[in-house]
Design a protein around this ligand. Structure first.
Ligand code: FAD
Length: 391
């Protein structure tokens, strides 16, 4: 893997063209806050002036602030590949707030937010907004709903990082699956079909045999990263990013973050147990691939599996549970009276109690050589994720 930073010569700055029209609201994604709601957010926030052209949130960088637009306008921009072709995705005006799900979950931003008019912002630390989302019913509903829809819309728009690789490569498939299962906004550029792929690789000085690569508009390049490396650059917690998870003895270790593991994490942490959840791929498990679950208790109108997973992750985080991805448990033993869970990457986590919530695995078709075709032309479900793979 190589990580390159600061290649401004490769990404020429380009002006944002003037945009007058605000993007209309879509399914509650871009609501306007009332004066009372702004006043609530103002406790713990600060007002500050911004100038046209000022970048408030930078794609690929962690964002620590929640911005409410008090006056002026802000454009939401996809930074493009490496050729400086930026796309304006949205324009927001007074009363609207910026950000998306990543702000609540500690991920990096999957878009750039840039002021296109002089104006004033209310800037609130993300920690304060997380607290409000956990305790203020009205603001919680409004912000969480907007952020969940925004994440869904960003995924559809193909904003975020790029995966360049061949549709025949198992590693490309692995990275795409990891990104999709973790609901990370990204775009796949197929080396076999997309004419831009080779040109992009040439401009980054990467040979086709070094693919797949993951790029953030040319500034960061990961060559055939592991899932953990990809998780790390987007800010998903992986085992080595939480050092005390390896050193401390946790009260409760949950293996698997499907609905059962997430429920165990919420109940354990809300009862005051120091809880760590180890998940090999993505929080939500099988359920997160379902477009609508009609029979989950408490959701009479149904809920998408992705939304169920995101809500549960935020709820578990509110009580202090740490959910780690790319954390496949390969062994369970004991040492000094504690359970020891060994991880595929060589690490280990120790706990006083363990809940195994590893769900089910599909029975595979018993045909010699089938593994080579799985995920590229043989599928075991027909959800929207497989539809994206086939599309
Ligand atoms: C497309 C689809 C639609 C569905 N729709 C519905 C529905 O509408 N209603 C309904 O009731 N049910 C539905 N189901 C079934 C439902 O999703 C499952 O019953 C439910 O997800 C089981 O939850 P679980 O937490 O026990 O296991 P899973 O959801 O299977 O989660 C287990 C988790 O453990 C992780 N894991 C496994 N081994 C390890 C390891 N060694 N180390 C670390 N992590 C590990 C896995 O990666 C996974 O994330 C649907 C399933 C699918 C696939």
């Amino acid at each position: 893997m190589s990580t390159r930073t600061s290649s401004e010569d490769r990404v020429p700055a380009c002006d944002v063209p003037p945009v007058d029209d605000e993007t209309p609201d879509e399914e509650g994604a871009f609501p306007r806050l009332t004066d009372d709601q702004v006043a609530t957010l103002e406790v713990g926030g600060t007002r500050r002036s911004v100038r046209a052209g000022e970048v408030l949130i930078r794609e690929g960088a962690p964002s620590h602030d929640f911005f409410v637009i008090l006056s002026g306008k802000v454009a939401i921009i996809d930074e493009g590949d490496v050729d400086g072709e930026r796309r304006i995705l949205r324009v927001h005006g007074p009363g609207r707030f910026l950000g998306e799900l990543g702000l609540l979950e500690g991920q990096v931003a999957f878009f750039t937010a840039e002021a296109i008019e002089d104006g004033e912002m209310l800037v609130v630390p993300a920690a304060r907004v997380r607290e409000l989302v956990a305790h203020d019913l009205v603001l919680s509903d409004l912000i969480l709903r907007a952020y969940l829809v925004r994440r869904h819309l960003l995924i559809g728009l193909g904003s975020g990082f790029r995966i360049i690789g061949s549709c025949y490569s198992p590693d490309t498939l692995r990275l795409r699956e990891f990104a999709m299962r973790n609901r990370l906004p990204h775009r796949w550029i197929d080396l076999e079909q997309d004419e831009r792929a080779e040109q992009l690789l040439r401009s980054l000085d990467i040979a086709p045999e070094d693919t797949p690569v993951v790029i953030w508009h040319g500034e960061k390049v990961l060559r055939n990263p592991t899932n953990a490396e990809l998780a790390r650059i987007v800010g998903l917690p992986v085992p080595d990013s939480v050092p005390d998870a390896a050193q401390d003895v946790c009260d409760l270790v949950v293996v698997g973050a499907g609905p059962a593991g997430l429920a165990a994490s919420v109940y354990g942490a809300s009862d005051g147990l120091n809880t760590v959840t180890l998940e090999s791929i993505a929080a939500g498990g099988q359920a997160s691939t379902s477009s609508r679950i009609e029979n989950y208790l408490g959701f009479p109108a149904g809920i998408s599996g992705a939304e169920l997973a995101e809500r549960a992750v935020i709820q578990a985080g509110k009580f202090g549970a740490r959910i780690l991805v790319s954390a496949e448990v390969t062994g369970l033993g004991s040492e000094d009276g504690h359970h020891v869970l060994r991880l595929a990457d060589g690490g280990a986590v120790r706990g006083r109690a363990v809940v195994l919530a590893t769900g089910a695995r599909y029975r595979k078709l018993a045909v010699p050589g089938i593994e080579a075709l799985e995920g590229t032309s043989v599928y075991y479900a027909a959800t929207h994720q497989e539809a994206r793979m086939c599309g």
